[in-house]
Design a binder for this molecule. Structure first.
Ligand SMILES: Cc1cc2nc3c(=O)[nH]c(=O)nc-3n(C[C@H](O)[C@H](O)[C@H](O)COP(=O)(O)OP(=O)(O)OC[C@H]3O[C@@H](n4cnc5c(N)ncnc54)[C@H](O)[C@@H]3O)c2cc1C
Length: 332
């Protein structure tokens, strides 16, 4: 049995997650003198810490390493008074105030909460895949397609996202091979037709990736593909691997309290707002967004959540700006 945990009431606002959304929210909250606590979870800095060069985040014309970018965002938030703790949230109690947030080591009470817990790209689960993340293995065509100009690459997956990524990647790659473990693709007909009609795309069906061959210095050189019908394993020469088998939002601990959609993404009450179904709880970043999934969009909605939260606390807990008495709205 676990010893009774310390109950901490020092923080008016807690941010869950320290990716671009959480860090940006923390920068804005701390500059509004709210000194938030940021609970960083198991992946401090979020998804960008598992990539190398980030070339599309504005302000860095020569690109910047993902972990470095996240370190700078964190420093910027700390400079104004945000407190970061490497604790994983295990449960939340959001019915009635104050909210209670229980981590692996403490119980926190707070008046307002920003959920910026992100999402996790699903992985094939191979040690060689993990070792070469950012060195030829990618989970984001928009982010990394540019690095594969005139190269031959493989996309793993059979759904709409895989077809979309494969089609997008033909702008850069000389050849794209879609590898899918079943005979039939799961993608909608229109997405399949578009991919099948693209002369740069070919398909290898009934097959899985068994191993990624390459080095951090030289990148990927080939994949070991297993044909699931014959069980034969062959070497398939390629220079890149895009895994497009889906994302899981990190929202399990809010189920039953925050409204989630059928895929587990947090539902927001209105467009142009980060308010959730619970007064005082705001959500941002990839935990609410299965469409854009970019660092800059996560940072943008992190900013929105901080502004919404600050306004909610200031205006005696009126969630929506359009709920304010006429004349008090000064943001539009
Ligand atoms: C390999 C890779 C490369 C990418 N490259 C680019 C790129 O070049 N450009 C670009 O714009 N985008 C890129 N992306 C996408 C980008 O990383 C995401 O869109 C962005 O990180 C989302 O930010 P976020 O803050 O919403 O969530 P995340 O970055 O996912 O951060 C989530 C945070 O929540 C924390 N957390 C989760 N659950 C809990 C919990 N229970 N308790 C406490 N904390 C918790 C995690 O520890 C983490 O700190 C890439 C993604 C990947 C996977």
């Amino acid at each position: 049995m676990r010893a009774a945990m310390e109950r901490i009431t020092d923080y008016k606002v807690i941010v869950i997650g320290s990716g671009p959304a959480g860090c940006t929210a923390a920068i804005y909250l701390s500059r509004a003198n709210l000194a938030p606590l940021v609970l960083e979870g198991l992946q401090p800095g979020g998804q960008l810490t598992i990539t190398t060069d980030v070339e599309n985040y504005p302000g860095f014309p020569d690109g910047i390493l993902g972990p470095k970018l996240m370190d700078l965002m964190r420093q910027q938030a700390e400079r104004f008074g945000a407190v970061f703790k490497m604790e994983q949230v295990e449960s939340v109690q959001l019915i009635g105030h104050p909210f209670t947030i229980t981590t692996d080591s403490h119980i926190y009470e707070c008046e307002s909460l920003i959920v910026a817990a992100g999402a996790s790209a699903m992985q094939i689960g191979l040690p060689s895949e993990k070792a070469l993340q950012g060195f030829g293995v990618s989970y984001c065509a928009t982010c990394d397609g540019f690095f594969f100009k005139n190269k031959e690459i493989v996309v793993v997956g059979g759904g709409d996202s895989a077809m979309e990524e494969a089609t997008f990647l033909t702008k850069f790659a000389s050849k794209v091979t879609v590898v899918h473990r079943r005979e039939e693709l799961r993608a909608s007909k229109i997405m399949q037709d578009r991919a099948r009609g693209n002369p740069k795309i070919q398909f290898i069906l009934n097959s899985t990736v068994d191993e990624v061959i390459g080095t951090k210095e030289g990148g990927i050189t080939s994949l070991k593909l297993r044909n699931l019908k014959s069980n034969d394993v062959t070497d398939f020469a390629t220079q890149g691997l895009f895994v497009a088998i889906g994302h899981t939002p990190n929202t399990q601990v809010y189920a039953g309290q925050l409204e989630l959609d059928e895929r587990g993404y947090i539902c927001l009450r209105h467009p142009h707002s980060t308010a959730t179904n619970i007064q005082g709880v705001f959500a941002c970043g990839d935990a609410v967004d299965h469409v854009y999934r970019q660092a800059v969009t996560a940072a943008g909605t992190g900013c929105m959540a901080a502004l919404d939260c600050e306004k909610w606390l200031t205006h005696e807990r009126i969630t929506e700006r359009w709920d304010l008495p006429v004349g008090e709205e000064d943001r539009d």
